[in-house]
Design a protein around this ligand. Sequence first.
Ligand SMILES: *[C@@H]1O[C@H](CO)[C@@H](O)[C@H](O)[C@H]1NC(C)=O
Ligand SMILES: *[C@@H]1O[C@H](CO)[C@@H](O)[C@H](O)[C@H]1NC(C)=O
Ligand SMILES: *[C@@H]1O[C@H](CO)[C@@H](O)[C@H](O)[C@H]1NC(C)=O
Ligand SMILES: *[C@@H]1O[C@H](CO)[C@@H](O)[C@H](O)[C@H]1NC(C)=O
Ligand SMILES: *[C@@H]1O[C@H](CO)[C@@H](O)[C@H](O)[C@H]1NC(C)=O
Ligand SMILES: *[C@@H]1O[C@H](CO)[C@@H](O)[C@H](O)[C@H]1NC(C)=O
Length: 301
Amino acid sequence: MRPSLLPTLLLPLTTSLALPSPRIKCPIIFDGRVSPNLTLSSFDSNSTSPFNPQYVKGENLTWSSILLLPSSLPPSRFDIAQNSTSKPFEVTINDASLFRSYQGLQTGFRRAGLQFRDDKNVEGADAADRGVVTFHWSVRQDEARGMNLSHEYMNVWHERADYAGNQFTFVGGVVLRQDGGDGVDSEGARRRWTVQGAGNGVVWQTVILEGVWQNFGIRLDYGESTLQVLYSIDDEPLKEQTAAVRNNNTGGGQLQLGMAKKPTETETVVWDGYQEHIVDREGQIYGGVFVEDSSGGCVSL
Ligand SMILES: *[C@@H]1O[C@H](CO)[C@@H](O)[C@H](O)[C@H]1NC(C)=O
Ligand SMILES: *[C@@H]1O[C@H](CO)[C@@H](O)[C@H](O)[C@H]1NC(C)=O
Ligand SMILES: *[C@@H]1O[C@H](CO)[C@@H](O)[C@H](O)[C@H]1NC(C)=O
Ligand SMILES: *[C@@H]1O[C@H](CO)[C@@H](O)[C@H](O)[C@H]1NC(C)=O
Ligand SMILES: *[C@@H]1O[C@H](CO)[C@@H](O)[C@H](O)[C@H]1NC(C)=O
Ligand SMILES: *[C@@H]1O[C@H](CO)[C@@H](O)[C@H](O)[C@H]1NC(C)=O
């Protein structure tokens, strides 16, 4: 079972922090690139964070205590802007990363997931839920805070407004049987990113790499009911990795991006199972996060 969330509050639209980038060719719907002047405390306030400061995180935790701003990394491909460079950020989890839903504390997960401040959980309420849209993000591994990939990590997903499924899911590690994998721990399964479509079918996989940026794009065509995967490493332009495959993109909803570590030896995924003690924190580094309007065939590569 995929994690379900509380409906989020609707926040007012505010001005974009957009930095002009020679590589971003299409109108930006949601911009999660982090301006150079943002500090950790910027993520605790609606007026300065590109993301919703309330969700989806351990109860009692603030985003300023969850995020890190690694300072010595090269910028990811879409963080390079015309006169300035937006910066990477790292989402971390530890034993306190327990989210309380209306049903109770979700003790099966360790999770911290960012949602765009203006991404509404109402079907059809925002431009990322209609037309043709490409979701962009880059990831990089923190060797000092690596994931334990014997577990399944949901890192990026677009969850339907009714919380009953996702249009797509980007997961790392051994995918649980309940989530469409086989749950079998092996070296190959641990080293893998998997893109799943609606219904959790595997659309595409690649190896989790260390010491480089891995850049992903997921293009959803709502009219044609298709999904297409784009991918590149470091500063290479994105390349199409699949055809536009049929996918059920209905249901609206929100993008979530961060870390949702699933338990092993679990029945319900949400409420039971095994989680080892996390020494310090586990983290996932992100950059170049934005959603663009790909109508008319526009896509930033
Ligand atoms: C960062 O700079 C942008 C662009 O100059 C500005 O709009 C924004 O208010 C600044 N944010 C903070 C937290 O200082
Ligand atoms: C952000 O806005 C929401 C909705 O208006 C409000 O409930 C919340 O307290 C605000 N949070 C912060 C950190 O300002
Ligand atoms: C959050 O704080 C409250 C009040 O101290 C406490 O009862 C609760 O257990 C805390 N939640 C977690 C996940 O530690
Ligand atoms: C950005 O850089 C371009 C070319 O280097 C320059 O013409 C322009 O004035 C700069 N814009 C700002 C806002 O600094
Ligand atoms: C990684 O997860 C597996 C499965 O829960 C567990 O058996 C193992 O002890 C964990 N490894 C570390 C280093 O915590
Ligand atoms: C797409 O998914 C929705 C929600 O589960 C379902 O109601 C609808 O029948 C599905 N459409 C198709 C063509 O399978």
